[in-house]
Design a protein around this ligand. Structure first.
Ligand SMILES: NC(=O)c1ccc[n+]([C@@H]2O[C@H](COP(=O)([O-])OP(=O)(O)OC[C@H]3O[C@@H](n4cnc5c(N)ncnc54)[C@H](O)[C@@H]3O)[C@@H](O)[C@H]2O)c1
Length: 253
């Protein structure tokens, strides 16, 4: 798919990887619709995108809310007249060990709140975004591309029962959608980044960050622009569907 003059919706598009993807699509002449919880971030990303000569609009949206996602995508189609690419990128972490033991005593557990919060955004949010985008793409009749952002953690990362489960689910949904939606000219692909330099990592202590890059053969964090480059590739390559691209500097859990 040629990106120029297409309409690309991105959840979590206010900052981080979402912003980098928005700017990469804008650089290629794509118009961007950004769905996020944070108005100030939305405004900033929209300003950066419009400076590249494309249209950009922000939509205050909580991806865990069916009503929000539905209303936002209705507004995108109304405002832009089309929807060609949906990037389900919004995600959070609430890390913790399943059961934490100190000096032989159980001192804490991953709470149900931690579990539910991550499943709601990282798994249900992707389900809602993918479903609502697919419905509109089918109705508009131009085909489309759905990109889901999973993670290297989908293989199972210590301290991330909730996140690993959600991200494994996202990878599985991508395969299902590629099979179900191909007959409508819709492709689905996913990106599984390793640790990248965005604010989602700001909760990590420096010593943890050092531990994170040590096992990476390339010995560094990924750059948001490198993830954006991969998203552009998925849109542009019409034979790509149903697969997850690992972008992790060579690191495996
Ligand atoms: N940064 C990394 O190291 C890394 C690695 C692998 C995967 N990922 C994944 O990439 C995606 C983007 O991560 P990031 O590093 O840019 O994170 P980030 O925290 O910098 O940005 C996430 C964005 O999502 C938005 N958001 C959060 N909850 C939302 C909700 N309920 N509704 C709408 N928007 C919401 C936030 O407001 C924010 O703008 C996430 O799915 C994350 O799991 C990140």
């Amino acid at each position: 798919m040629l990106i120029k003059d297409k309409v690309i919706a991105i959840t979590g598009g206010g900052r981080g990887l979402g912003r980098a993807m928005a700017l990469a699509f804008a650089e290629k002449g794509g118009h961007v619709a950004l769905l996020d919880l944070n108005q100030a971030d939305l405004d900033e990303t929209c300003a950066l995108a419009t400076a590249q000569g494309v249209r950009a609009s922000g939509y205050l949206t909580n991806v865990t809310s069916e009503a929000d996602v539905t209303a936002a995508l209705d507004a995108v189609v109304r405002d832009f007249g089309r929807l060609d690419v949906m990037v389900n990128n919004a995600g959070i972490t609430r890390d913790g060990l399943l059961v934490k033991v100190k000096d032989g005593q159980v001192v804490s557990k991953m709470s149900l709140e931690q579990w539910n919060a991550v499943i709601a955004v990282d798994l249900t949010g992707v389900f809602l975004g993918g479903r609502e985008a697919a419905e509109r793409m089918i109705r508009l009749g131009n085909g489309g591309v759905i990109i889901n952002i999973t993670s290297v953690s989908r293989a199972g990362n210590v301290g991330q029962t909730n996140y690993s489960a959600a991200k494994a689910g996202v990878a599985a949904m991508t395969v299902v959608w590629a099979k179900e939606l191909a007959r409508f000219g819709i492709r689905a692909g996913a990106i599984a980044p390793g640790f990248c330099a965005t604010e989602i990592l700001s909760a990590m202590k420096p010593e943890v960050l050092e531990k994170v890059t040590a096992p990476v053969p390339l010995k560094r964090l990924g750059k948001p622009e490198e993830v954006a480059h991969t998203a552009v590739y998925i849109v542009e390559n019409d034979f790509f569907s149903g697969r997850v691209i690992d972008l992790d500097g060579g690191m495996r859990f």
